[in-house]
Design a protein around this ligand. Structure first.
Ligand SMILES: [Zn+2]
Length: 467
C-alpha cells in the first residue's frame, strides 16, 4: 500500500470530543487534525496503536509565570524549562504574563517575552500583558496590544509593595477602555486594605508560621475584592475574569453576577482542589504558601461542586516556580516567602486522578476545564483545545489506568522541590503531539527548542456564550 507522507493515524483510542467519548481513529495530516472516525483503511505514513488509551486535546494552561521577577526572586521556569515540564504534563499551549515596569510601554513587555521565548519555547505560547501603570499612554496602547494578539490584560488589586497594585479608580479606567476595544480584564482579587491590616498585626504578635499566611488572608479578603470588581463591571459593561479563585463564596458571587447579565467568569487552580490549608501546618509548610491561600475542606468540596455546576469555568496551574532557597526566605516569616506553587506539569494527571477516577468530574468536563474552555475563552478556538478536524493536531494520549507516584524523579519541573512529592495518582500522559509532531514519547521529550510559536489570540465572542 502506498502511504501518504506527513500523515499519522492514531488508531482505536477513546476520543473525547465535546460531550461524547467514543472509540475512533484520528488522522493527522501535517500540523492539523484531518479526520475522525473508522479510518482503518487509511494509508497513513505512521500508525499509532492507542487501544486502551484516551485521546484528548492537548491541555491549555492560560496561567503560568515564566521568568517572573517577584518578592526578591525570579521563577526558575523559563520558556525552555517551563515548556519542557508542560509537555510532560500533557500541556501543548501556555499563556504567560508580561509585567509592566514603571515607565515601560506595554508593547515593549510583549517584545521582551518574544525575546525570552526565542530559541527556547517547545510549544505554542501567548502573553497576557500586566498593566501596573495605567497612565493615559498605557491605556492608549490597549488597541495595539489587541491587534498584536494579546487581548487579555491582567491587573492586581494587591501587592502594593511589589508595584503591582491598581486602585479601583484605575481598574475602572482599564475596564472602560477594554470594554471599548473588546479586551478582557483578568484580575487578582484580594482586598489590599484587609491584608494591610491583618499581616502586620500577625507579625507583631509573633504569629509568623506558614499557617498564618492563610489566617491573614481569609475568604472575605477575596470576596470583598470580587464584589468591588463586579461593581466596576456593572459601571463599565466590561468583561472580567477572576484568576485563581480560592474562595467558594467567591464562585457564588461570580455566578450571581452572570445571572444579572454581567460578563464575569472565574477559574480556580489545581492546588486549591488538591490541598487544604492543613498542609501549611506541616514542617515544610512554606511549600504551599500561595495567594490567595489554600482553604479548608468544606470550601474545597464547594470548589469541586463549582466545577460541576459551571460557577467555575476552568482550572489552570498558576505555575510560579521559585527555588527552595527563595521559598526559605519565608522560613521564619510567612510574609517573606515568595507566593507560588510550581504545577505546570501536574494539572492534567491530578485532575484526572482526583476528579475523573474518583467520580467528581466526568471525562468530557475535565477536557472542558483544562483544554477547550481555556482555549475558547482566551481567543484560541477553534485552533486549540479540540480534536475537531481543522484544529491544530495538539493531542495527548493518556493511560487512564497507569498508577504512579509524583516526586522529584518522576516530575520534570525545574524546581529543586515539589509540593506534590509522594502523591499517588491514577492516569498518566503517554504521548504528546504538538501541531502534528510527536513531542513526548513515554517520558522522552523530542521537541526542538524554539519550535513553539507565538499565538495571535482574538476574542470573538462574548463570554456569555460559555455559561
Ligand atoms: Zn498567577
Amino acid at each position: 500500500m502506498v502511504t501518504e507522507p506527513g500523515t499519522t493515524l492514531i488508531r482505536g483510542g477513546m476520543v473525547v470530543l465535546g460531550q461524547t467519548v467514543s472509540r475512533q481513529d484520528v488522522l493527522v495530516r501535517g500540523e492539523r487534525i484531518a479526520a475522525l472516525g473508522d479510518l482503518s483503511a487509511c494509508p497513513a505514513e505512521k500508525q499509532i496503536d492507542a487501544t486502551d488509551l484516551l485521546v484528548l486535546p492537548g491541555a491549555v494552561d492560560t496561567h503560568v509565570h515564566f521568568n517572573d521577577v517577584f518578592m526578591n526572586t525570579v521563577s526558575v521556569h523559563d520558556y525552555y524549562t517551563g515548556t519542557l515540564a508542560a509537555i510532560h504534563g500533557g500541556v501543548t499551549t501556555v499563556i504567560d504574563f508580561s509585567n509592566q515596569l514603571p515607565g515601560e510601554p506595554l508593547v515593549d513587555t510583549l517584545a521582551y517575552k518574544r525575546d525570552e521565548a526565542a530559541g527556547k519555547a517547545l510549544i505554542d505560547w501567548g502573553v497576557h500583558p500586566v498593566i501596573t501603570q495605567p497612565t493615559p499612554e498605557t491605556l492608549d496602547e490597549i488597541p495595539l496590544l489587541i491587534e498584536q494578539g494579546a487581548p487579555t490584560f491582567k491587573c492586581y488589586m494587591t501587592y502594593r509593595d511589589e508595584g503591582l497594585m491598581l486602585t479601583d479608580a484605575d481598574l475602572h479606567r482599564v475596564l472602560e477602555r477594554l470594554s471599548k476595544s473588546g479586551g478582557m480584564l483578568l484580575v487578582h482579587a484580594e482586598d489590599d486594605d484587609t491584608l494591610a491590616e491583618n499581616i502586620p498585626a500577625l507579625i507583631a504578635a509573633g504569629q509568623t508560621a506558614p499557617i498564618y499566611h492563610a489566617r491573614g488572608r481569609p475568604p472575605e479578603t477575596e470576596n470583598k475584592a470580587i464584589c468591588r470588581c463586579i461593581q466596576l463591571v456593572r459601571e463599565t459593561g466590561g468583561r472580567l475574569f477572576v484568576v485563581h479563585l480560592a474562595s467558594a463564596d467567591g464562585a457564588e458571587l461570580v455566578g450571581k453576577a452572570r445571572v444579572e447579565g454581567l460578563d464575569v467568569l472565574a477559574e480556580t487552580c489545581t492546588h486549591y482542589l488538591i490541598f487544604t490549608e492543613d498542609v501549611l501546618k506541616e514542617k515544610d509548610g512554606i511549600k504551599w504558601i500561595c495567594s490567595p491561600p489554600l482553604r479548608d475542606r468544606s470550601n474545597q468540596d464547594r470548589l469541586w461542586a463549582g466545577l460541576r455546576n459551571g460557577r467555575i469555568s476552568m482550572v489552570t496551574s498558576d505555575d510560579a516556580a521559585y527555588s527552595w532557597k527563595a521559598k526559605l526566605y519565608g522560613a521564619k516569616r510567612f510574609d517573606l516567602c515568595p507566593n507560588g506553587i510550581p504545577g505546570i506539569e501536574t494539572r492534567l494527571s491530578l485532575l484526572y486522578s482526583e476528579g475523573v477516577a474518583k467520580g467528581r468530574l466526568s471525562l468530557p468536563r475535565l477536557v472542558e476545564l483544562v483544554s477547550s474552555t481555556p482555549a475558547r475563552l482566551f481567543g484560541l478556538a477553534p485552533q486549540k483545545g479540540t480534536l475537531t478536524p481543522g484544529a491544530d493536531a495538539d493531542i495527548v494520549l493518556f493511560d487512564p489506568s497507569a498508577e504512579w507516584t509524583m516526586n522529584q524523579e518522576t516530575l520534570h519541573m525545574a524546581t529543586d522541590w515539589s509540593a506534590y512529592d509522594g502523591m499517588d495518582v491514577t492516569g498518566q500522559v503517554v504521548q504528546v503531539y504538538s501541531r502534528g509532531e510527536l513531542v513526548l514519547d513515554r517520558g522522552l521529550c523530542l521537541a526542538k527548542k524554539g519550535r513553539g510559536r507565538y499565538l495571535y489570540r482574538q476574542l470573538d465572542l462574548p463570554t456569555r456564550a460559555f455559561l
